[in-house]
Design a protein around this ligand. Structure first.
Ligand SMILES: [Zn+2]
Length: 378
């Protein structure tokens, strides 16, 4: 696993440049065929290649279980202590961009396939490993939506619990209006940045209140024992020149919803709250708020219980059920199949950051998990 992972990490598959997509799908495809798998290569209407990798000895009439991974990575970015595409092993970890997110899932599943074939074990499901491209840019969404199966397993998350859902996202854009004027004559204007500050302070307090008061019955993988609603001001734009009192300032808000909330309703309520505060403080605003994604949770208790048993057999501990703090590609499957999430992307892995790594123990854990799923009848 470590050897193949290092070969995959060495190929920079920067999602924003669609870099080396052909090269990496060729390598993975050859590797999968070498161990005896069936490989199907699909090029979507955006020209992005994806792979479907199957076991030749799997029963066609069994439940189709989709294992979801992706080969593309976010750009390396700045500040690394080493070359992000010269992977190495240290202290039981493999370092490099993509070592965790999400090349770990690809190698863990291929290792499970290899073991099943070598030991001539009989699959109890029909596994389909999806190795997608364009995940990090969202370009893969249409491809994910086209995948058919009976159960989805997203390997693009951490192993801190058995993950059965994901948070939703609401965004808001607030335009704050003042009166623009020369900064030497402030009495003639009204500073939009100062007005925006009041709204930002209001939103900060609102965010703190949400974390305390709006909590899911589900756990979060890390950071909180119960998944909370979250709100943050993530961008501000304002000002045109050093000697102009700004007449406009824009505030962007990112609001994460829990499964018990309805994102459309949250958007309406957020807009109302901001408008009410602005009116009370005599601030002129335009507020747009909209749902980007609803939170979701798998409802199939039979499937959840089976996956909990699988993990309990491997680790000796019954895993707690968690809902992701961020979004996952499970959202593209959940309308037609139950979705379970478990992978090697542990909280300390610095995914999307500098010095990304994966714990080799987690690769082993995910490999065992995938193997056990394949050998379980659903
Ligand atoms: Zn990922």
């Amino acid at each position: 696993m470590v050897d193949l992972l290092m070969r995959l990490v060495r190929i920079d598959t920067n999602s924003y440049e669609r870099k080396n997509y052909d090269e990496i799908t060729k390598l993975i495809s050859e590797e999968a065929k070498r161990i005896g798998c069936i490989v199907e290569r699909i090029v979507d209407n955006k020209g992005i290649p994806h792979l479907k990798i199957m076991l030749p000895n799997a029963p066609m009439d069994a439940k189709k279980v989709i294992f979801l991974t992706h080969y593309d990575v976010v750009p390396a970015g700045e500040g690394w202590d080493f070359d992000p595409f010269e992977p190495f092993v240290r202290d039981g970890k493999v370092f490099g961009r993509g070592a965790s997110d999400d090349k770990s899932g690809i190698v863990a599943t291929l290792a499970a396939y290899k073991e099943i074939l070598e030991r001539q074990l009989i699959p109890q499901i029909y596994p389909i490993l999806i190795v997608a491209g364009g995940e990090e840019t969202g370009e893969g969404a249409d491809f994910f939506k086209s995948i058919q199966g009976d159960i989805g397993v997203v390997l693009d998350v951490g192993p801190e619990g058995l993950s059965i859902g994901a948070s939703g996202v609401v965004r808001a854009k607030i335009k704050v209006y003042g009166v623009q004027t020369h900064s030497a004559y402030p009495f003639k204007g009204k500073n939009a940045i100062y007005l925006a500050m009041k709204i930002i302070a209001f939103l900060e307090a609102l965010g703190e209140k949400l974390i305390k008061e709006v909590r899911s019955k589900y756990s979060a993988p890390e950071g909180y024992d119960r998944l909370p609603a979250r709100l943050n001001v993530t961008m501000i734009k304002g000002g045109v020149a050093p000697n102009i009192i700004p007449g406009e300032c824009e505030i962007l808000v990112d609001r994460r919803t829990i499964p018990e909330e309805n994102a459309d309703k949250v958007a309406v309520e957020l807009k109302d709250l901001i408008e009410k505060f602005a009116m009370e403080n005599e601030i002129n605003v335009d507020v747009e708020a909209y749902k980007l994604a609803d939170a979701w949770v798998t409802q199939d208790e039979g499937v959840i219980r089976k996956f909990q048993e699988i993990l309990r057999d491997i680790t000796g501990i019954k895993p707690r059920l968690v809902v992701e703090l961020g979004g996952t590609d499970g959202i593209h499957l959940i309308d037609r199949m139950p979705v379970i999430q478990f992978g090697a992307l542990r909280g300390d892995n610095n995914i999307h950051g500098k010095n990304e790594f994966v714990h080799i123990d987690d690769l082993e854990l995910v490999k065992k998990f995938v193997e056990k799923v394949i050998l379980t009848k659903f």
